[in-house]
Design a binder for this molecule. Structure first.
Ligand code: PMP
Length: 374
C-alpha cells in the first residue's frame, strides 16, 4: 500500500474536518429542493438557513447583512466585481486571479516589496474621485500569507467615497474576521479553505449594498444567484466556518512548524529568501526561494517522495508561470521561478515539517553536488 502523502498544500485546499463530513453525510442522502414548499423542501431550506446564520455569525456580519451562497470564492469574487454596478474598479496587484480577471477595466494598485498594499499610491489613485468606485483588497494572500491592513484601506475607501470588497477566503480561522469592525461592504469566503467541502462559498454584503445576479434562472439566494442550492456542501460550509473560528487559537500554533521550516532552510542554505517575512503573516504559510534551485525541480523531487507542496498559486492547473504576486513584490523572474509554498493545516504535525526539511536538504545537497561537478 502506498503511504499517505505528506500534505503541505492547505492553502490550495484543506481536507474537510471529520465532523463536517459527518454532518454532510445524511444531507447527501435525502431529497429536498430548498425552494420546494413541502416538508422535504422545508428541511433542505432549514439546513441552508442554518448555515447562512452560522457563516454570518462567524464574521460578525450584523443583522442588516445578507450572505449569498455561491460555488466558491471564485464565483463570489466575480459576483462582487461584476455585479456591484460600479463604473470604476481598483484591485490590489496581489489579488487572486478571480479578482484580477473579473473586470477587464480594473486598475491595479501596487504593493510594496513586503507584499503590503501601497496605501500612499492607493490614496493618490483615488484623489478627486467622483465616479462610483469599488476597491478590492484581500485580507490574507494565498501565496505568501501576508495580512493586508484592510482597516487602513477602509479608511481611505471611505474618505474617497469608494466601496470596499475584501476577499477573505484565506483569512477565516487564521485571523479574526469581523465585517462590522472592518466596515467592508462586500466579503468573499470559501468553504474548502477552512475544513469544509469544495464547491461552496459565499458573498457577504453589509451596509445595505447588493449585487446584480451574474447567473440567471430561478430566484434563489434572494434573486442574486440562481440555481438550486448545494444543500450538503452549504451545510458543511456552515459547520466548517463555526469550527474554524472555534479552533483559531490552535491553528495559530502552526507558526511553530512554519518557523521551524524557515529556520532549518536558512541554516541549510543562508541564501534562502522568505517572501513577506517582514510583514504580518498568517501562521500556516511560508513562501520561499533559493535562487538557482528551480521550483519545478523541487516539486518533482518532493512529489516523488510523497510530499505535496505548491509553486505559488495552485489554482493555475499545472501551469508553470512565475507568480504574479512575487513579481508585484518586485522579485526578479529568476528568483520567482524558484519559489515554493509550504502551507500547513489543521491536521499537520511536526513530523510533516521534519519530513519536508529532510527531503529539501537532500534535494539541495544533490543539486550542490551536481553544480560542483560542473
Ligand atoms: N481567493 C483566494 C484568496 C484564494 O486563495 C482562492 C483559492 N485559491 C480563491 C479566491 C478561489 O476560491 P475557490 O476555490 O473557492 O473558488
Amino acid at each position: 500500500m502506498t503511504p499517505e502523502p505528506i500534505y503541505l498544500d492547505h492553502n490550495a485546499t484543506t481536507p474537510p474536518k471529520p465532523a463536517v463530513i459527518e454532518a454532510m453525510r445524511p444531507l447527501l442522502a435525502v431529497a429536498g429542493n430548498a425552494s420546494a414548499t413541502h416538508r422535504a423542501g422545508r428541511a433542505a431550506r432549514a439546513a441552508v438557513e442554518r448555515a447562512r446564520a452560522q457563516v454570518a455569525l462567524c464574521v460578525n456580519a450584523g443583522p442588516q447583512a445578507v450572505a449569498v451562497f455561491t460555488s466558491g470564492a471564485t464565483e463570489a469574487n466575480n459576483l462582487a466585481l461584476k455585479g456591484c454596478g460600479c463604473e470604476r474598479v481598483l484591485v490590489s496587484a496581489t489579488e487572486h486571479a478571480s479578482v484580477l480577471q473579473a473586470r477587464g477595466d480594473a486598475e491595479t494598485v501596487p504593493v510594496l516589496p513586503d507584499g503590503l498594499i501601497d496605501l500612499v499610491a492607493l490614496d493618490r489613485m483615488l484623489e478627486g474621485n467622483t465616479r462610483q468606485t469599488l476597491l478590492s483588497v484581500m485580507l490574507v494572500n494565498n501565496e505568501t500569507g501576508v495580512i493586508q491592513p484592510v482597516d487602513k484601506v477602509m479608511e481611505i475607501a471611505r474618505k474617497r467615497g469608494a466601496l470596499l470588497h475584501c476577499d477573505a477566503a484565506q483569512a477565516l480561522g487564521r485571523v479574526p474576521v469581523d465585517i462590522q469592525k472592518l466596515g467592508v461592504d462586500y466579503m468573499t469566503l470559501s468553504s474548502h479553505k477552512i475544513g469544509g467541502p469544495q464547491g461552496a462559498g459565499c458573498l457577504v454584503m453589509a451596509n445595505c449594498v447588493s449585487v446584480a445576479p451574474q447567473i440567471s434562472g430561478g430566484g434563489q439566494e434572494k434573486n442574486m444567484r440562481a440555481g438550486t442550492e448545494n444543500i450538503a456542501a452549504i451545510a458543511g460550509f456552515g459547520l466548517a466556518a463555526e469550527l474554524a473560528v472555534q479552533d483559531m487559537a490552535e491553528y495559530r500554533k502552526l507558526a511553530v512548524l512554519r518557523d521551524r521550516v524557515e529556520a532549518a532552510l536558512k541554516k541549510i542554505a543562508p541564501a534562502v529568501t522568505v517572501f513577506g517575512e517582514d510583514a504580518p503573516r498568517v501562521a500556516n504559510t511560508s513562501m520561499f526561494a533559493l535562487p538557482g534551485l528551480a521550483a519545478d525541480t523541487q516539486m518533482i523531487a518532493l512529489d516523488l517522495a510523497g510530499i505535496c507542496v505548491s509553486n505559488g498559486s495552485a489554482c493555475g492547473s499545472g501551469t508553470v508561470k512565475a507568480s504574479h504576486v512575487l513579481k508585484a513584490m518586485g522579485a526578479e523572474e529568476g528568483v520567482a521561478s524558484c519559489a515554493l509554498r509550504v502551507s500547513f493545516g489543521w491536521n499537520s504535525t511536526a513530523a510533516d515539517a521534519d519530513a519536508f526539511i529532510q527531503k529539501w536538504a537532500e534535494i539541495h545537497q544533490r543539486t550542490q553536488r551536481r553544480a560542483s561537478h560542473g
